[in-house]
Design a protein around this ligand. Sequence first.
Ligand SMILES: Nc1ncnc2c1ncn2[C@@H]1O[C@H](COP(=O)(O)OP(=O)(O)OP(=O)(O)O)[C@@H](O)[C@H]1O
Ligand SMILES: [Mg+2]
Length: 399
Amino acid sequence: MTPRTILYTGKGGVGKTSVATATALACANSGLRTVVMSTDPAHSLSDSLGEQLGSKPREVVPNLFAQEVQANEEMERHWSSVQSWLTELLSDRGLERITAEELTVPPGFDELFALLQIKEHHDSGDYDVVIVDCAPTGETLRLLSFPDVAKWWIDKVFPWEKRLISAARPVAKAFLDIPLPDKAVYDEIERLVGNLVSMNDILRDHTHTSVRLVMTPDRMVINEAMRTFTYLNLYGYLTDAVVVNRLFPEELDGGYFEGWRATQQEHLTAVRESFEPVPVLTAPYFDEEVIGPAMLAKLGTEVFDESSEPSAVLFDTLIQDISIDGDEATLLLSLPFVEKGDIGLNKIGLEVVVRVGDQKRTIMLPSSLAGFKPQGAKVENGRLRVDFKRAEKTAEAVA
Ligand SMILES: Nc1ncnc2c1ncn2[C@@H]1O[C@H](COP(=O)(O)OP(=O)(O)OP(=O)(O)O)[C@@H](O)[C@H]1O
Ligand SMILES: [Mg+2]
């Protein structure tokens, strides 16, 4: 059976590890065999559970397995032939061996190898639920988008390159003073790309895999989460819930934090407006740190209830769709409330604010749309459609 896979991400320090671990514990307590793993090289899963963990999954409470994936071990398993070949190549070019070795691992690859553990858990059939505590936003996203590139590479470039090199090998050896990659290097790259392609299938399987965005009710954190949401939609990854963590409780009204609480409530409303219909789950700011199973269980009870089972796919559609075709781009938004009405449109930088009747929606555009201007918006087949045109072209057309 395909395991349910949930990836938690969000800005640094918002509570990703805590919410991920609390979800895993709640799943385990409901009888599901669950593994929670962190791929962030700066692990804090051990701290969260209050137990020292290793790179292999270990059962910490009944049904709950936890692991801190070690990037260097994964690298050794997946990349060592390529690494020695590149090291040789670069040190032949006069680089110090140690520098050369550093350069053989592209940035972000360590987490990428760590993420391959997801595939191993899928292949093993050992778990009903796989929960992943990812590195902060940007990093993970870049990596998540990688399988597409890898797939393109293996389909288009790799077969040719491989054939060319093997045909030209004797000649190249005689004329070039570079060490040519041998079969082990190719095999390793081929295996890696194959793994990435299967990862792609796992991550985009909307019936089993979803991302949850964790945030605190702070303006900058929310903006970042909205950007992430746009990118996730763009790459075809399903976000099935967002979690607003560390909300000041009502008891604080009348005291020093009253103003803060009011601001947080405004931000919470903004979150609902920006992510609806994706469910918005919440957790209060506790009066102590969330460490160890008892506090994690408490956090789990706050985040989830009968209408939001921790392991369920809480929402199952991609609500944003952006397509870019030359100088034109279209944004489609499926909103539950969208009706025909007055539509207002405003773009400041990459932020687009759309008003339909008395509803307001803010969307963070991907940076590839920086030079585009909105042309108009309409409701079409129950979806809001916004058309964009590249700015220079618009100016030309006017001139
Ligand atoms: N709702 C909460 N109430 C009180 N303390 C919390 C809450 N959520 C998280 N914490 C505490 O805040 C700290 C940071 O949380 P956590 O490690 O889960 O964040 P993170 O997003 O994983 O951070 P990083 O980006 O460093 O990985 C921890 O000490 C945790 O115990
Ligand atoms: Mg963390």
